[in-house]
Design a protein around this ligand. Sequence first.
Ligand SMILES: Nc1ncnc2c1ncn2[C@@H]1O[C@H](COP(=O)(O)OP(=O)(O)OP(=O)(O)O)[C@@H](O)[C@H]1O
Ligand SMILES: [Mg+2]
Length: 365
Amino acid sequence: MRPSTIGIVGAGQLGRMLALAGYPLGLRCLFLDRSPDAPGAQVAPILLGELQDAGRLAELASKSDVITFDWENVPSTVLAPLEKLTAIRPSPRALEVSQDRLHEKALFASLRIPVAAHATVDSKDDLLRAAREIGLPGVLKTRRLGYDGKGQFVIRHAEHIDAAWASIGGTGLIYEKFQVFSREVSLVGARSAAGKIVYYPLSANTHSGGVLRYSIAPYVNVALERAARRYLRKVMEALAYVGVLAIEFFIVKGKLVANEMAPRVHNSGHWTIDGCVTSQFENHLRAICDLPLGDTRALGHTVMVNFLGLMPDRERLLGIDGLAFHDYGKEPRPGRKLGHCTVVRSSPAARNLALAQTLKLIEWS
Ligand SMILES: Nc1ncnc2c1ncn2[C@@H]1O[C@H](COP(=O)(O)OP(=O)(O)OP(=O)(O)O)[C@@H](O)[C@H]1O
Ligand SMILES: [Mg+2]
């Protein structure tokens, strides 16, 4: 029997967009989250509870044909017993690796995917040693639970080490060499249980303060795209991955250096809703439900701009020809991802113009 109820751990905007993609396919979603007003809960039913609560997760599993994730940080020890109740896709093992930046880098390195020089840091002495051996500038990060640049400190000079330690010092950290990149790109792909893989075009991502501001796609670079696909495939095959996986890269001296991966749909793939034949959300559902994967072809040249902290003037934005507006139904809060918009054009030049028009109407706070 094909799955018809998808249990989603976490009802954030990613879960919401998964549920919305599920409706036309006849797939029902059921969320687990803390809040009855979570973005996903506004569009599909929800079980209320903590995302790591074994009892609530078991209830979700017993009501679902397959479990998947909007939030990937559920410990694998909590997930393991659920595998007796239902399918978990991607697998607890895939989540486990991506929960820890050190394990993620070790997997990349074992597959000969280039990563930044790094060292694990559990004390200030470790940090001083890492800064000396790897060099400055560098980035001190928490190994676990970081997102949108949270739990990170850029150390540009030796005098910043004390401030970095005061800010996020402790155990379970990683120090990475700062990458002087020309661009950041990401690759999103989906793998079925039978091992078929589809890849989206590369996306070029502009961040500020550690948060994605906008993406343009396709980012056309044949050699880099080929390398990115090879890396994504290696990771997917090593993990017997099922679902959508994203890898973020820095382009350093014309080559890819892997930054991190996300075992789920990814912000840099939101453009695929309006900019591709099949969205990342639909392909994630297709993959985890053993349905044929959809066409990942781009429909044109797309820009996706995040709404951060403040919702923009909807009426003015909708005045931009062809703009697609996505409101996640969240309360505004500084830095919070509240929505995004997408514009698809027939040439890179027209896309760049649409980006400039769009940015004029969006204020980030
Ligand atoms: N080693 C590095 N060198 C240069 N810039 C970096 C480095 N690490 C992180 N950054 C910058 O900070 C951004 C956020 O870092 P990273 O992706 O590691 O964190 P995150 O909080 O997990 O982000 P998210 O989950 O939102 O993608 C990167 O996209 C990049 O712009
Ligand atoms: Mg990132």
